[in-house]
Design a protein around this ligand. Structure first.
Ligand code: ATP
Ligand code: F6P
Ligand code: MG
Length: 489
């Protein structure tokens, strides 16, 4: 097969400002590649469905709000089954790997990739890679079949195991080649998808007919472009249990304070949504919204006020919040095996600070209970809606690989499953935009201070410096977040 070079990003333009940010396809770098009719054409479940196959020209718009004269804007290729296949079922040798932290729904995605390959396309050779990326070159593989994965969606975690670090592109691609694998399904967060992109580039460089499909996973919901990541709904639901417990503890005792820490290294989505869902939370602290403790408009003043008014309060804090308050020596040093910065337990820190404040000022005898449910939230099986979401993600990934697409991540864009080029989801992180309506809704629901105006005066920081994530490098507002915010309005 002939190998030709392809440009890094595949952009196709059309009339009226239409832009398609397309994903790579085997035909971009392998010539004379044979095609086959999609076996779903004769599958009893699908033959009755009108227009089951996605039209080759179907694309999904990124920004749904448009003005009369606005350009049509960025689109992604619509996911789904194609008439033409680039693999014969018995030629396929697929593998699945899970990397990074745990997230509800991992097992459901594994299960549904296996079942879609097996039951829809008749693929029988499917392997699990044990223990994340390093498992490609340091562990034995696990044979997967519908029987093996039948019940796994009822369990938290990942039956394949996961890990951080150990991404060695050359060794991984050698292992893929040596094992004769030609479809690689990679489930993981931003780091994992960066790793998947390197694997794809190396496979393309070697001219191999191997499809690389990413399924984005992150409990923090910090992957851009997509509407939300799987497991996020489950995490928010599970966080309610901890918040309820904190509320029960706090309201049962005089001047009770419940502090709950949830995950969210750089993005406060779990904290924000759990707060909005609960209505028992008095104050939500997230990484995107700097806060301060002392003085007018500070956290201590608000805690005192709320305790005087209600006799108790609940604080939800994301693990990455308040890092700017820690001194150099207080910041946890070191990184995990993937190079992610290790964070100090901010929930414990803030609890101590509040206790010290009330002891020092002798204003009221508070009773503070600190609950850290972070790993409990992550370890549960996915709820019903996440299960359905995981199923569709898995099916879309399989349809894409069978149709010869590669180097893509599958994701929901404005409610439609789409194939998104890796670079679009790895180039930045999705964050809560605190000047958007959703954060305003939270502030109006908790009636907590925004902590902004006083800080502006004290530190006189420009908006761009304080909230760099709100602007793209070109100075334009972050349209991904605008879209998301608009969708939620
Ligand atoms: N820039 C990178 N290039 C290549 N591989 C990477 C990169 N970043 C991370 N990886 C690899 O991806 C895997 C998972 O990365 P990481 O631990 O950062 O988790 P993640 O996928 O971001 O998930 P999460 O942060 O949601 O837990 C690791 O094996 C790591 O070596
Ligand atoms: O499993 P570990 O290494 O403790 O990772 C914890 C991190 O993983 C995540 O759950 C997902 O990135 C973060 O919220 C959290 O900071
Ligand atoms: Mg990550």
């Amino acid at each position: 097969m002939g190998v030709s070079s392809v440009s890094k990003s595949k952009v196709i333009t059309g009339d009226a400002g239409y832009i398609l940010e397309d994903v790579p396809h085997f035909s971009d770098y392998i010539s004379d590649i044979p095609t086959f009719p999609n076996p779903l054409k004769t599958h009893p479940a699908f033959t009755v469905v009108k227009q089951y196959f996605v039209h080759d020209d179907d694309t999904v718009v990124q920004r749904v709000i448009a003005h009369k004269n606005s350009p049509r804007g960025i689109h992604f290729r619509r996911a789904g089954p194609r008439q033409k296949g680039y693999f014969e079922p018995d030629e396929v040798h697929a593998c699945i790997v899970t990397c990074g932290g745990l997230c509800p729904g991992l097992n459901t995605v594994i299960r549904e990739i296996v079942c879609s390959l097996y039951h829809m396309y008749g693929v029988k050779k499917i392997l699990g890679i044990d223990g994340g990326y390093k498992g490609f070159y340091s562990r034995n593989t696990v044979p997967l079949s519908p029987k093996v994965v039948n019940d796994i969606h009822k369990r938290g975690g990942t039956i394949l195991g996961t890990s951080r670090g150990g991404h060695d592109t050359a060794k991984i691609v050698d292992s893929i080649y040596d094992r004769g694998i030609n479809q690689v399904y990679i489930i993981g967060g931003d780091g994992t998808q960066k790793g998947a992109s390197f694997i794809f580039e190396e496979i393309k460089r070697r001219g191999l007919k191997v499809a690389v499909a990413g399924i984005p996973k992150t409990i923090d919901n910090d992957i851009p472009v997509i509407d939300k990541s799987f497991g996020f709904d489950t995490a928010v639901e599970e966080a309610q249990r901890a918040i309820n417990a904190a509320h029960v503890e706090a309201e049962s005792i005089e001047y009770g304070i419940g502090v709950v820490k949830v995950m969210g290294r750089y993005s406060g989505f779990i904290a924000m949504h759990a707060t909005l869902a609960s209505r028992d939370v008095d104050c939500c602290l997230i990484p995107e919204s700097p806060f301060y403790l002392e003085g007018p408009g500070g956290l201590f003043e608000f805690v005192e006020k709320r305790l005087k008014e209600n006799g108790h309060m609940v604080i939800v804090i994301a693990e990455g919040a308040g890092q700017e308050l820690l001194t150099e020596s207080q910041l946890s040093s070191g990184e995990d095996a993937s190079g992610n910065k290790l964070l100090r337990d901010i929930g414990l820190w803030i609890s101590q600070k509040i206790k010290e404040h009330f002891t020092r000022t002798n204003k009221m005898a508070i009773n503070l209970k600190y609950i850290d449910p972070t790993y409990m939230i992550r370890a549960v099986p996915s709820n019903a809606s996440d299960n359905v979401y995981c199923t569709l993600l898995a099916q879309s990934a399989v349809h894409g690989a069978m149709a010869g697409y590669t180097g893509f991540t599958i994701g929901l864009v404005n409610g439609r499953h789409s194939y998104i080029p890796f670079h679009r989801i790895t180039e930045k992180q999705n964050k809560v935009v605190i000047t958007d309506r959703m954060w305003a809704r939270l502030l109006s629901s908790t009636n907590q201070p925004s902590f902004l105006s006083a800080k502006d005066v004290v530190e006189d920081k420009g908006e761009d410096e304080r909230l760099p994530h709100q602007m793209l490098p070109n100075g334009q507002p972050d349209s991904d977040n605008l879209v998301r915010e608009m969708c939620s309005s």
